[in-house]
Design a protein around this ligand. Structure first.
Ligand code: NAD
Length: 360
């Protein structure tokens, strides 16, 4: 297993911002990318945190990721808007798409936002949290355009992406309830994290290029490639299909098939259909009390083992509290890959040395 460091979140944020400034991003874009990636690590989703930087840098190098783009409104149907992301940073495209959707939902009670041709939008919970911070409930269907990694239920090779689904419910006196996961048994990035750490993944999540079960994360990173499996047998596969169609087709984007396959693993493009709802538009004066009564009720179930009963979103909140105090853990392989990306962006050895001193 490789060594790991604990890096203070504010220092990591400065480093990420500096990397993208060197690469050519505006100050605002660099900040939004740093906000998102560091927040993903703080939430415990290292698969979607700063470890994505080398892949983004490769995508930029290969001409896929476009810097300093803003999504444009291609159709305005009142409560439904469609935005084109122009292959720009998803951290900008999704942020601005949510801003526009929130404005519509504030006026109309409900809004739907189709966002397509955005570079990787990362941890979807971040966009749901943006909606919840404004007081809204939201649902997000996402596909990963043209980058197959997951085998269909009863299939044996990769046909679609890890297509996340996400939903959020703001609570009055607590952090929002947040469901946010890939429809594959594990997110692709978690195989990268395991691979970088020299660890195996648990059984049941991966098959090799022959369709045989394996626990070796390398099958997702070196040819001949294997596949991830959907979570929950036919149920996860069915939800993944709906994320592909509602996220990829309904949004005005593309789904995964022969004509849309992308040649590079670093060129990750997402489409997302988001529904944003003002909870106050319902005639539900006891909504919060009913929600709390349920959560309290489930938590009273006798614990079956050592792990506590949690509600969706609690895991992320616990990570935030711990990592805010203790720093963000990063394995040395990921750290070296990020430093190599910083050099590629044009950071001098002197400036890099100052940031490298942060890893301990
Ligand atoms: P995961 O398996 O870690 O599941 C996370 C979800 O489970 C959260 O809602 C969390 O609160 C909940 N949870 C965790 N423990 C719980 C417990 N004990 N009780 C109740 N709920 C609990 O997530 P994942 O599938 O590894 O996905 C990781 C991240 O990757 C997500 O943020 C997702 O949005 C992102 N992702 C993005 C893309 C993309 O293309 N942009 C693709 C796939 C995944």
């Amino acid at each position: 297993m490789s060594a790991f460091y604990r890096i203070p979140p504010s220092h990591l944020h400065q480093f990420v911002q500096a990397i993208w400034l060197h690469a050519g991003s505006s100050a605002e874009e660099s900040r939004l990318v740093a906000d998102h990636l560091v927040a993903a690590n703080l939430a415990g989703h290292d698969s979607h945190g700063v470890g994505m930087i080398p892949s983004y840098m490769n995508s930029l190098d290969q001409g896929f990721l476009q810097l300093n783009q803003h999504p444009t409104l291609v159709k305005d149907a009142g409560a439904v808007i469609t935005l084109h992301g122009h292959n720009g940073f998803g951290q900008v495209a999704a942020h601005e798409a949510m801003q526009q959707g929130i404005e519509r939902a504030a006026k109309l009670g409900i809004a739907a936002v189709g966002l397509h041709h955005s570079h990787h939008i990362g941890r979807i919970g971040h966009w749901a949290e943006q909606c919840a911070a404004a007081g809204f409930v939201s649902f997000h269907f996402v596909n990963v355009m043209g980058d197959p990694m997951v085998a269909p239920f009863n299939g044996s090779d990769r046909r679609f992406g890890t297509n996340p689904f996400c939903a959020i419910f703001p609570r009055r006196d607590a952090k929002p309830l947040l469901l946010d996961f890939a429809t594959s048994g594990i997110a692709f990035g978690k195989t990268r994290v395991a691979w970088n750490k020299g660890q195996q993944v648990a059984p049941g999540y991966l098959i090799d290029n022959q369709g045989q079960p394996t626990t070796e994360p390398g099958v997702m990173h070196q040819a001949p490639y294997g596949s991830l499996m959907p979570f929950g047998l036919h149920k996860g596969y069915a939800l993944a299909t709906m994320c592909e169609i509602l996220g990829g087709a309904l949004s005005g984007g593309r789904t995964t098939h022969d004509a849309t396959l992308v040649s590079s693993h670093d060129a990750i493009f997402n489409c997302m259909t988001t529904i944003i709802v003002n909870p106050e538009a319902f005639d539900a004066p006891a909504m919060q009390e009913e929600a709390e009564a349920f959560l309290e009720w489930v938590k009273r179930s006798p614990q079956s083992g050592d792990a506590p009963i949690q509600v969706p979103g609690e895991w992320e909140e616990q990570n935030r509290q711990e990592r805010d105090q203790e720093g963000i853990p990063l394995d040395s392989n990921s750290w070296e890959q990020i430093c190599a990306a910083a050099r590629k962006a044009g950071m001098s050895e002197e400036e890099l040395a100052a940031f490298r001193a942060l890893a301990q």
